[in-house]
Design a protein around this ligand. Structure first.
Ligand code: HEC
Ligand code: HEC
Length: 246
């Protein structure tokens, strides 16, 4: 076989090129996953660090100007309705949420452990800063009062919703939907209905990757009616008593 033989060249090319290509793809995938786990590690430390830093509320107020583009100045997740601002279930209410929950969710979103393509670009260091900025904005959010008039459901299936809540949710979210700062259990009382509904569906269907595994198991066979009824009930829970420890 002569060196100039095109058949030989083609055979070598067909064998080597795909291997090179596969090697490249595998190396790429490997370095991407190393990068992702590095990012997760970085933000895990960031969460721990942010929780220990002394927050600067004034700086947090500056950072929150970016957040308020969507979560509104009062942190209620309001949008302009006809003639007045109204709560919008696309944006969650941040006011009144436990600081540990805000810090964790913000870090999860920053590290890509909870998908939020709308918000993600606004959580980069250039807007938030590192762990100090995360601590500062969280402390500022903690000064905001909860909206007493959050978005609610249709109110048609409340007795059924109440039963589901008492049997499936109280253990972690508490009798009043108050959650627990210490355990990172979100306060769901007073949250906007459409937001809660979407999170329930995403948690049940495995779309919210940072979900609590025990909760996923608890609601895995909830039907649409179940989710709607229980969330409608939650959206109408009154403020927890003043002396309750979150
Ligand atoms: C471009 C709009 C936008 C901006 C700007 C934005 N967010 Fe969000 N944020 C959202 C949306 C939308 C969600 C809900 C996503 C979902 O349904 O999972 C959300 C969710 C959150 C949550 C989770 C709430 C919960 O109950 O789990 C936190 C915490 C949060 N945002 C904090 C912030 C902070 C702090 C900033 C500013 C640094 C910010 N957001 C900026 C749109 C935005
Ligand atoms: C075993 C404990 C547990 C049980 C039981 C449980 N949850 Fe949760 N739930 C959690 C935790 C923890 C999170 C936050 C996970 C994370 O860090 O992202 C959460 C998140 C949520 C969220 C999203 C809140 C937000 O601000 O984004 C909603 C809504 C919710 N739970 C509703 C319910 C309802 C309704 C029930 C009962 C049908 C229930 N949960 C049962 C532990 C639980």
């Amino acid at each position: 076989m002569a060196i100039g033989d095109k058949g030989w060249f083609r055979r070598v090319f067909m064998v080597i090129a795909p291997r090179l290509l596969l090697g490249g793809v595998l190396t790429g995938a490997l370095s991407m996953s190393v990068l992702a786990s590095d990012m997760a590690e970085y933000h895990k430390h960031e969460l721990e660090k942010a929780m220990q830093l002394k927050p600067d509320i004034e700086h947090g107020k500056q950072v929150f100007k970016t957040c308020s583009l969507c979560h509104s100045d009062d942190g209620w997740g309001m949008v302009q309705g006809i003639g007045r601002m109204k709560p919008n279930g696309y944006y969650p209410q941040l006011a009144g949420q436990h600081p540990n929950v805000v810090i964790k969710q913000l870090s999860d979103i920053r590290e890509g452990n909870r998908d939020n393509p709308t918000m993600y670009p606004f959580t980069l260091d250039k807007y938030v800063g590192g762990p100090q900025g995360v601590a500062d904005v969280t402390a500022y959010i903690a000064t905001l009062k909860r909206n007493p008039d959050n978005e609610k459901g249709f109110g048609r299936d409340l007795a059924y919703g109440e039963r589901l809540y008492k049997d499936n949710c109280v253990e972690c979210h508490g009798e009043y939907g108050e959650g627990s700062n210490e355990k990172f259990h979100p306060r769901i009382q007073g949250q906007n209905y459409t937001y809660l509904l979407r999170q329930m569906q995403w948690i049940r269907d495995g779309k919210r990757r940072n979900a609590n595994e025990k909760m996923v198991r608890q609601i895995h066979n909830f039907t649409h009616r179940d989710i709607q009824a229980v969330i409608d009930y939650v959206s109408r829970l009154p403020d927890p008593p003043k002396d309750i420890v979150f």
